[in-house]
Design a protein around this ligand. Structure first.
Ligand SMILES: [Zn+2]
Length: 258
């Protein structure tokens, strides 16, 4: 797919509670996978497209999000870099409200359209799933603000139910945080040779890590409170992303096609 115009340079895919697009110009985008709405704005002199992943009026559940339409849409706007926000449960005791810059993932999803390539075989490279340049920009922004953060591995579950205690015991052997929306989004971005990184907000301790019952309300409440700082972190990071891509993300599909 060739990009015809660069309407936006960077996209933000906003997770639960993301509301920083409210006053932006919205444009409907038709994709082969359905229609979505993008919101256009400018941050630090860069043209930005914001796509709220769950669509606020309906709140699309994680297993029904139209990941292919969202990634196709940002690509059709000319976007080369995607920053995603995700809420996660911690399997390492991270404080609620703290941030994790994702550096790898493990995929436990099972019912989602996870590729653009159903008619030919494309084994896209995900040895570095999250763009090192955007991750560096996110780390710069967090450090500049003196905000504590860690980097870590994301386990993506299918949902929409929360995980069991046994599942968390298993996943905590090899991942740090758990969520439901990061995959296949990151993979689809790779398939279109986009740079993609994620700023995850810890909204709760994962199941069995505390004696408290997990609720969806606490997830929304924590992200709601963190919303302003999430947007400020993203803004500073956007200002720090180099204009020209020097990472390897743009070559993700080289040698991938059979
Ligand atoms: Zn990159």
């Amino acid at each position: 797919m060739d990009t015809e115009a660069e309407i936006a340079e960077i996209a933000i895919l906003g997770g639960v509670g993301f509301n920083s697009h409210r006053d932006c110009e919205n444009i409907p985008i038709k994709t082969p996978f359905g229609r979505i709405t993008a919101y256009l704005t400018s941050i630090k002199g860069r043209n930005i497209a914001i796509i709220p992943r769950h669509v606020e009026e309906i709140h699309i559940p994680p297993h029904r999000v139209n990941y292919r339409a969202n990634i196709w849409a940002v690509h059709s706007l000319g976007v080369k870099r995607v920053i995603s926000t995700n809420s996660v449960g911690s399997m390492r005791g991270h404080p609620v409200g703290s941030f994790v810059v994702l550096d790898d993932f493990i995929d436990f999803t099972c019912s989602r359209f996870s590729t653009f390539y159903d008619d030919k075989t494309v084994h896209v490279d995900v040895s570095e799933p999250y763009c090192p340049e955007i991750r560096a920009a996110l780390r710069y922004s967090l450090e500049k603000k003196g905000i504590a953060y860690t980097e870590g591995v994301y386990a993506c579950t299918e949902g929409p139910r929360f995980e069991t205690r046994a599942e968390i015991r298993m996943m905590s052997q090899f991942a740090d945080v758990v969520g439901m929306t990061g995959v296949p989004e990151v993979v689809l971005a790779k398939e279109l040779s986009l740079c993609y990184a994620s700023l995850a907000t810890v909204t709760n301790q994962a199941c069995g890590m505390t004696t408290q019952k997990l609720t969806a309300e606490e997830v929304t409440e924590v992200v709601g409170k963190a919303q302003d700082s999430i947007f400020e972190i993203l803004s500073d990071a956007i200002g720090k992303i180099p204009e020209t891509r020097n990472c390897m993300c743009r070559f993700a599909k080289e040698g991938a096609c059979l």
